[in-house]
Design a protein around this ligand. Structure first.
Ligand code: CMP
Length: 139
């Protein structure tokens, strides 16, 4: 089934000017980028976006990092997009990421791990709505 997932190219990726290289990996893996914009996520938006992690010790640093520099937010479309994008990203901690994954190639640390992807279809719908209106998504 064709699915959509929410992807964020995080501040460590915009900072190193590697968003094009990451997009090349995304497209080579068969995803269509059906919406995309470069934005500065505010601290309030970051707190809301990552609310599920609010009890975790890394929540404060995570939100500060996401709002520290521009991000590229995007909607990716593909069969089985949610799981396939998580496979393409690699593990959250790049120390254990597999060869050929985005995080293996580009991530600097578990915090500066270059990309975010939705973890389930129902969360993808919520996360896409958080950043995009329906008219901004052109399949
Ligand atoms: P992301 O997939 O964007 O989801 C939450 C982020 O929290 C995660 O990527 C990591 O960058 C960050 N993070 C920092 N420490 C941890 C941790 N111990 N476990 C999970 N995520 C962490």
């Amino acid at each position: 089934m064709v699915q959509r997932t929410l992807s964020i190219l995080k501040p460590d990726a915009t900072d190193r000017n590697i968003t094009g290289e990451i997009n090349s990996m995304i497209e080579a893996a068969g995803f269509r980028i059906v919406a995309q914009k470069r934005i500065l996520i505010t601290l309030d938006q970051a707190r809301k976006f990552y609310e599920v992690h609010k009890e975790r010790p890394f929540y404060g640093d995570l939100c500060a990092f996401l709002s520290s520099a521009p991000s590229v937010v995007q909607v990716l479309e593909k069969e089985n997009a949610v799981d396939d994008y998580r496979t393409l990203m690699g593990t959250t901690n790049p120390a254990s990421a597999e060869e050929g994954t985005i995080r293996k190639k580009f991530a600097l640390s578990i915090d500066k791990n270059s990309v975010h992807g939705s973890d389930a279809p129902e969360n993808a719908a919520i996360e896409i709505r958080f950043f995009f209106s329906e008219t901004e998504i052109v399949g």
